[in-house]
Design a binder for this molecule. Sequence first.
Ligand code: ZN
Length: 161
Amino acid sequence: MIGLMQQRPSSFQSRLAAKAAPPVLSILAKGNAGVLLSTEESSTSPLSDEAAAPAIWLNCIQCGSKIARCNDRIEVNDKHEHTFINPAGVIYRIGCFSASPGAFEVGQASSEFAWFRGYEWRCLCCAVCEVHLGWTFTQSAARFCGLILDQLSEGSADAAR
Ligand SMILES: [Zn+2]
């Protein structure tokens, strides 16, 4: 996934050092970001960047509030992004996410015109301005969010609004 050949010798060395770190570290770091990484960070190990990076949020295009984290992107049926057309002929480009903390569900669950077979859907709206942002899709215990990508803009890291 990362081209070692492109590394300069100095960073290649540190990459090797990072690689030599116990694999346990990166696993633990995922669920435990602040704690374990604080010691590791000073060596700027490239392998820990992903877990240590501040969350990048996708914001509501209407009001700018935080809706979902880029890190929560998931693939459903082998794709993150799906394009659907609703019965009224409107085309939606949606991205799949494991969570969307900045949106809330509206209305009853429905299986009519379900885009994902076997899943029921409910509408998702921005928690601040209430604009329609997408849907949640549920199938017994399984649940994910499909957010309309044109309704979101990528924000900067956590410090930004
Ligand atoms: Zn909003």
